[in-house]
Write a protein that binds this ligand. Structure first.
Ligand SMILES: [Zn+2]
Length: 439
């Protein structure tokens, strides 16, 4: 047995001895695109019009992409918010006889948001908040109180479909489509911004699927990859449904190689040993610009951080607004460090990380060329964000070029303590890449 192993070892050694140096051809997919130290995704929630008239132009002038999670039911032409189920009058009548409990709570909490008043919508949102905090009895009692007011006709009346935080949003699908064409991500924040955790199945699925259908219809497949369930929910039941509708959620990602530090967490990125850290921060009104810059600096001192910023209001519109001058200063600060930071949409960073984890790379070294094989174990139509590779090349190459398919590019030769190398981008499903060297 020992002899066989020894023979095997000898033959393996002989194979690798055909290369002069074992480092030659060694190839890795860099942690972030462009071999950057970290990534930043700038995200905006709720589709507030100032995000497009104030924040987006600032980012455009710096060439930075953003992700906008929009409430699709607010956009003209989309599927509107509605209650799906039994006759509302029947449900309302029942509330006079039967107290709210686990058997009827989701149906009642779903309906109350659509009974035509903003106060009723608030009952939905407050009951949802209590439920998600585990205060179930209080949530039931609140629903009973709300329906009592409906039965007595004492809730103030409006005739609109009522949205939480009902701020006027005038952006059209044509505008959203043009923003997507500019490289921004326009994605789902549901149809009406409900507390998904207290919706019954049919209404929960409508909020997720109708929003997706409209994004696909009015923008295209790039808009239905990531989504954000309102109020940053991490409710298990909601996550289970939502992960079947959207490939990625900002709320939560299931990958075990990714540490998620959510907005409420005090954990710091240095405290986790996981391969990647997704660090979500909310630049709310009271957070000053120096604190915001410090987040960017923290990303630069690690090699595995993905900072996800969650903005809401801008200037005088929306929840926890930030001002125009703050945004100008902040995004300019980020831009100045772009050499070390990959600033990309939530969608593209998610795709890159998953592609990197699901791609096998092989290399075959010849005298003047290295062939790089790529095997992507994901749907190539969805996962097509270019991957950045680092390959060690022979020390005597004075020039290098990469060819993949019909594209070729000259590369800068760099070196570290292991040897000379090149950094280049490839399409994960674009077939073999060939590195050619000259000397
Ligand atoms: Zn929201």
């Amino acid at each position: 047995m020992k002899t066989i192993i020894a023979l095997l070892l000898i033959s393996l050694t002989q194979v690798s001895c055909t290369q002069t140096d074992p480092i030659l051809g060694q190839t890795e997919i860099t942690k972030f695109q462009g071999n950057k130290k970290g990534a930043i995704s700038v995200t905006y929630d709720d589709g507030i019009v100032n995000q497009f008239t104030i924040a987006k132009p600032i980012m455009d002038s710096l060439g930075l992409p953003a992700t906008f999670y929009i409430i699709t039911g607010k956009v003209e032409g989309s599927g509107k918010g509605k209650f799906i189920g039994r006759d509302p009058r029947e449900i309302i009548q029942e509330t006079a006889q039967i107290k709210t409990d686990s058997t009827n709570f989701f149906e009642r909490a779903s309906l109350i948001a659509f009974t035509g008043t903003s106060e009723a919508e608030e009952y939905h949102a407050r009951a949802g908040s209590l439920f998600e905090q585990g205060k179930v009895t209080e949530a039931y009692a609140l629903i009973d109180e709300g329906y009592e007011k409906i039965r007595n006709g004492t809730m103030k009346d409006t005739d609109d479909v009522v949205f939480h935080n009902n701020i006027e949003d005038t952006t059209t699908w044509d505008q959203y489509k043009s923003y997507a064409a500019q490289g921004h991500e326009i994605a789902s924040h549901t149809v009406t911004h409900p507390r998904l955790a207290v919706l019954d199945e049919v209404n929960l699925l409508y909020e997720l699927k109708q929003s997706k259908a409209d994004l696909l219809k009015f923008i295209g497949p790039e808009s239905i990859f990531s989504a954000e369930g309102p109020y940053g929910t991490e409710n298990e039941r909601v996550m289970e449904y939502a992960h079947k509708v959207y490939p990625s959620l900002r709320n939560r990602m299931p990958e075990e190689w990714l540490e998620e530090i959510n907005r409420g967490s005090k954990m710091t990125p240095g405290e986790s040993a996981k391969e990647y850290i997704q660090w979500q921060r909310g630049p709310v009104t009271r957070i000053d610009i120096n604190q915001m810059k410090a987040w960017v600096d923290t990303v630069m001192t690690h090699d595995n951080n993905w900072l996800v910023l969650v903005f809401h209001g801008i200037e005088n519109l929306g929840w926890e607004p930030k001002t125009r001058p703050e945004l100008v200063e902040y995004f300019s600060y980020m831009k100045a460090k772009e050499q070390d930071l990959w600033i990309a949409t939530f969608r593209d960073v998610t795709k890159y990380l998953r592609e990197r984890k699901a791609t096998e790379v092989s290399s075959k070294v010849k005298k003047d060329s290295i062939t790089i094989g790529l095997n992507l174990n994901l749907d190539p139509l969805v996962y097509s964000v270019p991957l950045t590779l680092k390959t060690y090349i022979p020390a005597d190459w004075t020039s290098a070029q990469v060819i993949q398919g019909k594209e070729s590019q000259s590369l800068e030769i760099q070196s570290d303590n292991k040897g000379a190398y090149v950094i280049y981008d490839v399409k994960p499903a674009g077939g073999n890449a060939i590195l050619n060297g000259g000397n």
